[in-house]
Design a protein around this ligand. Structure first.
Ligand SMILES: NC(=O)c1ccc[n+]([C@@H]2O[C@H](COP(=O)([O-])OP(=O)(O)OC[C@H]3O[C@@H](n4cnc5c(N)ncnc54)[C@H](OP(=O)(O)O)[C@@H]3O)[C@@H](O)[C@H]2O)c1
Length: 338
């Protein structure tokens, strides 16, 4: 079968199209003929050698994908041939809080991923795809979508009417904005681009701040919330934004730390930044299969259609990586595998 292979750290130019042998199926394994795969910031980090926990052996990259079940092992009961399925990010994290052990292996990193003609996965790592999304939309769910779901509704614990600050307009942020709109949250979005802020308003942002024009953007967020601050911040910025995110959250509010698009370096924080306002800071790592299933059900119920920036043919997967690396994408960057 066809698959891309990449030695972590070899760069985007290190992506190679190869013919690889089909993996045999174990008793509980499922063979999925993939239709589409989506890229995430992590996939760039892996290509650039900026992602820990890998051996240095070549992998088939990408965690997110959708396809049709074409064969099942003799003990499989969760899915059947012909089912339309997506792969979960962590095949071993089924439900509950997750443990160190359940968050060791993920597709496209320690396990071969979805930038290929086929994926062989344990049946427990598959979820039925939403009924009416395009392949590109369904392929966008597993990492960015589930991360945004977890941050807003599981770890963030938000209820309709609550306020959330979403940093930037990357793929987690865009998912979060669409979920916030569909769930009746008051979303404020920051971006370096007025064009992207206009798009964010079109998608339902109730307040917008250009962080390139307002270095002290947390003050703008306080102004937009009558001096109170937001209930929750989805903190994807990292070293340059974390302290400001804490300042933008209300008394008793929460900052969920997701990423580091501005860098993963040290941050200077005073204990008073948390204690004084009774604020909570916590990290997360994508989400469980249960969260993926809950998100799929929400998509089916609300009709939410994730924003897709672009779809590249299989032969042009390196261009998909370049598109993500450009920082210009708004929505998911997808590779068609049909
Ligand atoms: N913990 C987890 O489970 C998890 C899951 C998924 C992703 N992540 C991490 O979360 C981060 C975001 O992922 P992603 O896929 O959404 O990335 P992405 O699509 O590459 O996000 C890029 C966007 O980040 C925004 N940005 C850059 N610098 C910023 C700053 N100083 N302040 C605010 N926004 C800034 C930019 O928005 P504008 O162009 O609008 O300025 C840019 O378009 C990455 O670090 C990723 O590794 C973590």
């Amino acid at each position: 079968m066809k698959a891309y292979r990449l030695v972590p750290g070899a760069g985007i130019a290190g992506l190679r199209q190869e013919q690889v042998p089909e993996r045999p199926l174990g008793a509980f394994d499922v063979r999925v003929a993939l239709h589409a795969a989506a890229l995430n910031a992590r996939d760039l980090a892996i290509a650039r050698g900026q992602y820990g926990g890998l051996t240095g052996d070549a992998i088939t990259p990408l965690s997110d994908g959708v396809g049709t079940v074409v064969a099942v092992g003799p003990s499989v009961t969760r899915v059947a041939v012909g089912d339309h399925v997506i792969a979960t990010f962590w095949p071993d994290w089924i439900d509950g809080e997750g443990t160190r052990e359940s968050q060791v292996r993920s597709f496209g990193a320690q396990l071969d991923g979805t930038l290929a003609e086929q994926l062989v996965a344990p049946e427990t790592a598959l979820v039925h795809a939403p009924a009416r999304l395009s392949d590109a939309g369904a392929a966008s769910i597993a990492c960015a979508g589930v991360t945004a779901w977890n941050a807003l509704f599981v770890q963030g614990g938000l209820r309709p009417g609550a306020s959330v600050l979403i940093l930037g307009t990357g793929s987690v942020a865009t998912w979060a904005l669409q979920l916030a709109k569909a769930a009746g949250l008051h979303a404020i979005v920051t971006s370096s681009s007025n064009g992207k802020l206009a798009e964010a308003e079109r998608l339902g942002a109730r307040g917008v701040v250009n962080y390139a024009e307002h270095a002290e953007w947390q003050d703008e967020v306080l102004r937009l919330t009558g001096g109170e601050g937001v209930d929750l911040v989805l903190e994807v910025g990292g070293q340059d934004t974390l302290a400001r995110s804490l300042a933008a959250v209300r008394f008793g509010g929460r900052v969920v730390v997701i990423g580091g698009v501005s860098g993963w370096g040290d941050v200077k924080l005073s204990p008073g930044a948390l204690v004084g306002g009774k604020k909570t800071l916590g990290g997360l790592m994508v989400g469980s299969r249960r969260m993926t299933e809950d998100l799929v059900r929400f998509i089916d119920t609300t009709g939410l259609t994730p924003v897709v920036d672009s779809v590249f043919p299989y032969a042009e997967a390196t261009n998909a990586y370049e598109r993500l690396a450009s920082g210009s994408a708004f929505g998911k960057v997808v590779v068609s595998l049909k």
